[in-house]
Design a protein. Structure first.
Length: 202
């Protein structure tokens, strides 16, 4: 089975489904006793909204059609690091970074449910036109500590479903080197189980 040469770089916003602007919004990252969230988060990683309004890494298969937790895609963060008391902006969050007590770790998130993302499919299964319109979960890959970019991909091997799953495949991107029927294909997706789309409040 042939593979395209695209890297696994997570979810990149490319357009708005209705023609609007692509925007980020600020959310606090989950903290505990002056130490930030204990998993690393990279630009292009999917993130979840917690019940207390903080965000954390979105776990593969988390949430559901009736209780969604997917908020969107991480775009970097800012925080005051306790080791040198400096305010920093970074493309990725390093797990368990110590911050100045009482300060907020701010994550920037593409949280509009109408944002369309480009993502590479996994390296196992060929991407075909018949998968367009179906839903798929992601594969949480290893991000780059050098660039801060995600290493995630779209799971078209075991993550394809007709109803649930976090993302919906809109189309295969028409671009040089993106051969249909190969693995590691570039596709456009939109959030399927987005926390803003389904009301579960009382």
């Amino acid at each position: 089975m042939a593979a395209n040469s695209f890297g696994l770089t997570g979810f990149t916003p490319v357009r708005h489904l209705s023609g609007g602007l692509i925007r980020v919004n600020a959310f606090p990252i989950l903290t505990s006793g002056g130490t930030g969230f204990d998993d690393s988060i990279f630009s292009g990683d999917a993130v979840a909204l917690n019940g207390d309004g903080t965000i954390e890494l979105f776990a593969v298969g988390a949430g559901s059609e009736t209780a969604p937790t997917l908020l969107g895609v991480f775009a970097g963060c800012s925080f005051t690091q306790s080791s040198d008391n400096t305010y920093k902006f970074a493309p990725n969050w390093v797990a368990s970074t110590a911050v100045v007590t009482g300060t907020t770790i701010t994550a920037w998130v593409y949280d509009d449910p109408m944002t369309v993302y480009a993502v590479t499919t996994d390296a196992t299964t060929a991407m075909t036109q018949t998968l367009t319109g179906l839903n798929a979960d992601h594969v949480q890959g290893t991000g780059s500590t050098f660039t801060g970019q995600s290493g995630s991909s779209l799971n078209v091997t075991t993550g394809i479903q007709t109803a649930s799953a976090a993302f919906r495949i809109l189309r295969i991107i028409d671009m040089p080197g993106n051969t249909v029927g190969n693995t590691k294909c570039r596709v456009e997706v939109i959030c399927n189980e987005h926390v803003y789309r389904l009301g579960i409040g009382t």
